[in-house]
Ligand binder design. Structure first.
Ligand code: GAP
Length: 552
């Protein structure tokens, strides 16, 4: 059997031990949807509890919120999601598979869509320029404009270090077919080609994508056909109807981000609390997006959870930038403090072309997932985009009143956001450890080295044998753990070694074994998951023993 890759191993562990199951499995599953099992739901809850504790309970400048998933549809008009929350999609005319054309291109070319676009213009001009010169025609106005455009493109490429790279065979073939062969482009003459070059370089990525389809430069990854429908903007919001009549007046949407519920409640929160700017409103909840290309397990799904904060600051870019930088640090520290190895995290600033419709600056916190470095969380500067639009559309005054200065203003917003499911995947990937057989475990044995604060089960309690008073003592210890809010599990089946292995696999940090000495001296053996060290601890000191390790 072929060796499983890390992602397959994690998916298999999650299913086997009850972290995550494919949704609707008895009906053959359902479009990249997942259910969180007994351990997964607890792990996810622990992540959310750590988040809420740090960003709501412990911060005097942030308050919590739990807003409705279905809001007045005018919300999405004001937020820009109705008009702009779209992905460009094409359908292969032969096999009818649908693709996000930008993602398709990124996959095959091995570069970001912007880099592929710039590379395309750069190569096209190399070729086109030669042909113009060979034709010894006068340089037209359009040629001069195109030269200016290509200069800008090349400067951008140089700045970002986009240049020759190592490509694999598939990518080389792709480039040979699509990025270098400009002699056939279907134009009547050079002037027409220059005109098209100029249009694409001025209009940007969408025009480039359309051009690739129009000139058959795109290859379907599924069937190899070159015929696609035109790129169509596909709105990612899930539409539904509220009430019994399914007409246009009943249309509503499932929220695609939790953020808007926060903006809608900005005025309520100002009126019902005494919080002052800079202030944050935090919310954890489900968001829904009709993703065209869900995938990579729980990384991209259509239903997911977000943990978002809208952090309102004085309305100037300097203040916004200061908090944006601060939140990037806090966001990264959240993951590092909860056990993610720092070397696996990176920060990536979005290029201008990549920014969401509301953002004047965004950076992603990325994680080195088994399928590549990808977005885990982000921080965006949303300026007063949202409040301004909601104020305009609702006719309500959403300005903040600064008592100190007597000024009224719409604050700017810095938005730290993270995907809870993505965070969970990163915690699982980072914690997954398979023994090489040299650490006292057998080769291939799995230990989930998850931070004890996140571990779904904190303590496992074993009676050494099912006799005398050992099970009773063990159950009493378990009940005591439950009383102080620690999830403890009782296990009496199999050898103690097997029981350790079962707990290591699900990341339980401590195992307590009750043996015959426990009856005599009221002590038990506590075994640590990571060091595998064992120590005798008095039963009455177990609570403080674990509390000291959990609440460092
Ligand atoms: N309010 C801003 C916002 O929603 P976003 O970058 O679109 O920004 C925020 O989403 C976070 O939500 C991302 O960093 C990611 O972790 C998570 N996320 C977005 N789409 C997702 C999906 N389809 N599946 C799982 N998580 C997703």
């Amino acid at each position: 059997m072929a060796e499983l890759n890390l992602m397959d191993k994690i998916v298999s562990l999650c299913k086997r031990r009850g972290f995550i199951y494919p949704a609707s499995e008895i009906y053959g599953g359902f479009a990249n949807a997942f259910d969180y099992g007994p351990l997964g739901s607890q792990l996810k809850k622990n992540i959310k509890d750590e988040w809420w504790r740090r960003f709501v309970i412990e911060r005097e400048d942030i308050v919590g919120l739990d807003s409705a998933i279905i809001q007045n549809p005018r919300t999405w008009e004001a937020s820009g999601h109705l008009a702009s929350f779209t992905d460009p999609m094409v359908e292969c005319k032969k096999c009818h598979n649908r693709f996000r054309i930008d993602k398709l291109l990124e996959e095959i070319s091995g570069m970001s869509i912007e880099d592929a676009y710039h590379q395309f213009l750069h190569e096209w001009w190399n070729d086109l320029d030669k042909r113009i010169k060979a034709s010894s025609q006068e340089a037209t106005e359009e040629v001069k404009k195109a030269e200016v455009q290509v200069k800008k493109v090349r400067e951008k490429m140089q700045k970002k270090g986009v240049g020759p790279r190592e490509f694999n065979k598939e990518q080389k073939e792709y480039q040979a077919k699509h990025l270098l062969d400009y002699s056939f482009t279907g134009f009547d003459n050079l002037q027409a080609e220059v005109k098209e070059f100029l249009r694409i370089s001025e209009e940007g990525v969408p025009a480039y994508l359309g051009h690739l389809v129009n000139t058959f430069k795109l290859l379907c990854k599924e069937c190899g056909s070159r015929e696609f429908t035109h790129p169509r903007d596909f709105n990612l919001m899930f539409k539904t109807y509220v009430g019994p009549i399914e007409d246009s007046s009943a249309v509503a949407y499932l929220r695609p981000e939790t953020a808007q519920g926060i903006f809608l409640n900005f005025k309520n929160i100002l009126q019902s609390t005494r919080i002052k700017i800079p202030l944050g409103i935090a919310q954890i909840g489900k968001a829904f997006r009709n993703e065209i290309t869900p995938g990579n397990f729980i990384f991209r799904t259509r239903e997911f959870e977000q943990g978002e904060i809208e952090f309102f600051v004085e309305p100037n870019l300097a203040e916004s930038k200061k908090w944006y930088e601060e939140w990037l640090k806090i966001w990264k520290a959240f993951f590092v403090d909860l056990g993610i190895k720092e070397k696996n995290l990176s920060i990536r600033e979005h290029a201008k072309e990549e920014l969401s419709h509301y953002s004047s600056g965004t950076s992603d916190v990325e994680y080195d997932f088994p399928f590549g470095v990808s977005e885990l969380a982000g921080v965006a500067q949303r300026t007063d985009f949202d409040l301004k639009n909601h104020q305009e559309k609702s006719g309500q005054d959403l300005r903040y009143f600064d008592e100190a200065t007597g000024e009224r203003y719409l604050p700017f917003v810095v938005e730290p956001t993270m995907g809870i499911d993505r965070a969970m995947l990163a915690f699982l990937v980072d914690a997954y450890d398979e023994s090489d057989g040299k650490d006292g475990r057998e080769e291939g044995e799995i230990t989930l080295r998850i931070d004890p604060r996140l571990a779904p089960v904190k303590v496992a309690v074993f009676p050494l044998m099912k006799k005398d008073k050992l099970p009773e003592i063990a159950k009493k210890i378990m009940t005591e753990m439950h009383r102080i809010g620690l999830n403890a599990q009782y296990d009496e089946s199999g050898s103690v070694g097997r029981r350790y292995r079962r707990q290591d696999e699900i990341g339980t940090p401590w195992c307590v074994t009750v043996d015959f000495d426990s009856i005599k001296d009221n002590t038990v053996t506590v075994r640590d998951r990571d060091t595998m060290k064992q120590e005798r601890v008095k039963i009455e000191e177990l609570v403080s023993h674990f509390q000291a390790r959990l609440f460092k």
